[in-house]
Design a protein around this ligand. Structure first.
Ligand code: DGL
Length: 270
């Protein structure tokens, strides 16, 4: 096991996981973060499980080489399709966490067994059925309904988050019958916290739209604290790597992470 002051490693298919990095940085400023965005392969949401596992294991090796004490899969698509494989690969070398379990645990702890939960995410996340399986294993009486909303990621990345275009796409997806009557909604994609307010507004603030990035960050804090793994010393600079770099990624990164950050190209696939 790594030292307490070792960094927390986290990865996503691109810049969406920066919503989780941002929440972590706010809650745990003494922890150094090493972020990897696999921009050379994004989007993961349309890929096969086989490809998502292969990419996730490659990135995991990179984060292990950075001596990370925790590897947080900050991507729902990879959490849904590659968590068990990453965990088996890492063994005792680091702690592996995903962004699904903390949200499932919170939903199951809060709900009384009669409520209706909606889940939205990429095709690969929704098709995996991971959220539903995990929720129903803990609380079988919950009603769970899920919907793939694949246009949200390119919409957000193109900067359509608060205008007629985003409102039309949000309305079109969220009025589908799968989401009629839900009381809570899980944003099952790390991009979606960016449009959380617009989603809440669509439901006239009558649906509990879970702040998934915050829930995950609090779960990491709780785990580190309970296992005496908090750094306890000033953090080194956070590091942000991407497998392919364009100036545009740098611009949109600031939509997801509230401080100005530098993305360093590191194509681990070569
Ligand atoms: N951010 C990823 C997730 O949480 C989705 C983006 C992609 O499709 O690559 O699932």
């Amino acid at each position: 096991m790594m030292a307490k002051h070792s960094p927390i490693g986290l990865f996503d298919s691109g810049v969406g996981g920066l919503t989780v990095a941002n929440a972590l940085h706010n809650i745990l400023p003494s922890e150094q973060l090493v972020y990897f965005g696999d921009t050379a392969h994004l989007p993961y949401g349309d890929k096969s499980k086989e490809a998502i596992v292969e990419y996730s294991l490659g990135i995991t090796d990179f984060l292990l080489a950075q001596k990370c004490k925790v590897i947080l899969i900050a991507c729902n698509t990879a959490s849904a399709n590659a968590y068990e494989e990453v965990r088996a690969h890492v063994g005792a070398r680091a702690v592996v966490m995903n962004v699904i379990d903390p949200v499932v645990n919170q939903v199951c702890a809060e709900e009384n067994g009669t409520r209706t939960i909606g889940i939205i995410g990429t095709k690969a996340t929704i098709d995996s059925g991971t959220y539903e399986k995990k929720i129903l294993e803990i609380t079988p009486r919950l009603q769970v309904s899920s919907l793939a909303t694949p246009l949200f990621v390119p919409m957000i990345e193109e900067g359509f988050v608060f205008d007629d275009i985003s409102n039309a796409i949000i309305r079109s997806y969220l009025s589908r019958r799968e989401l009629v009557g839900i009381e809570s909604l899980i944003l099952g994609c790390t991009h979606y916290p960016i449009i959380r307010n617009q989603i809440s507004r669509f439901f006239d603030f009558n649906v509990n739209v879970l702040d998934t990035a915050q829930i995950v960050a609090l779960a990491v804090q709780k785990f580190l604290s309970e296992n005496d793994m908090l750094s306890g010393q000033p953090a080194g600079d956070n590091l942000f790597f991407v497998s392919d770099h364009t100036p545009y990624f740098e611009v949109i990164a600031n939509m997801f992470f509230n401080e100005k950050i530098h993305l360093e190209k590191n194509n681990i696939w070569k």
